[in-house]
Write a protein that binds this ligand. Sequence first.
Ligand code: SR1
Ligand code: MG
Length: 390
Amino acid sequence: MAIAKQTGYYPLTENGAKLLAKSLGFFSENEELVSTEIGDGNLNYVFRILSTSHGKSIIIKQALPYAKVVGESMPLTLKRAQIESSALKKYSEFTPESVPKVFYTDSELAVTIMEDLSDYKILRKGLNEGSTYPLLANHVGAYLAKTLFFTSDFGLNGREKKELVGQFINPELCKITEDLVFTDPFYDRDSNDFEDQLREKAEGLWQDHILKLEVGKLKRKFLTQADALLHGDLHTGSIFVTQSETKIIDPEFAFFGPIGFDIGQFFANILLNALSRTKAEQASRLAIISDTWSVFRAEFTKLWLDHNQEAYSTIAGYLDHILAEIFEDSIGFAGCEIIRRTIGLAHVADLDGIEDTAQRIKAKTEALDLGRRLVLQRKIIKTPEQLALY
Ligand code: SR1
Ligand code: MG
């Protein structure tokens, strides 16, 4: 008898994920499957379903009606599953090599079934193990240029752009970023989380009116500047790598925001990793940032010259103005991300994983200083090479 697909929303179990995969025809009814929940992110279930007979495997990702990292006290829209799958499909139009293939979407069950990338490693883990990825900057720089250009008013006509903006209205997930990246870490809020040794430093930030004025301006950009379809959470846990390939995953925070935001989050998470490494290793991390920016700038420029739909794009100085604004914003957003990953709700293993307490507090103190400096000096820092850590 064929396995019937259950209707409505229900949280999957490892067995439930197997049954779903069979009911959808990904595997035959009598096939021996192994289902493992492998999700290590903050929000969702991720099941890997593997056929023991022929080795075929798929990933079933399911959104939970709350944030896994906090629990049921933090309800969260299931609509994010549909946003994620729509964003992956949209990105695959411009850069199919950079995203996993989506095989199936069910908005009611909040499920996306996609290509299994188990041969890849999460970039954050790889960097924390000391690995280097020679093609990473090329891949991420090109991904950023293509996705951000082709979803902007330079790559789309006005009508297409506005229709797409409407499809990616994502208020609940944006609210998480508005609170956790741009607000809570700069105020004495319960969601903040840091070691006692950092209290004086955190209180210093909360009273730092010069810093808060600049973070307020950056938050306003995030709230209002609908430049392009952002990934919205482009940290190193949202990137799968091998030595030869790079895949961007998890765009459930996707929405139309300022182009510099994705770039800034990526830079910030590379800098957070650099802060956790020895001086000798830091150069390779800083090189990721400068190479990513060079590739982004070159690719964005090429797309601008070949595919621009905006009449003013041929006016001398306009491209330089846009690139300078994107870079400045990315540095400011990077500063906010570094601070929130250090004293806010959601931390990074790069810093939390430093076992020696004194070393960990030193690295976190440096992170807070670096984050503040990036926010305040974003108009002065003109090139990635000026991002010296100390
Ligand atoms: C409650 S969610 C915490 C963080 O996890 C996600 O990956 C986002 O970065 C969010 O800010
Ligand atoms: Mg995520």
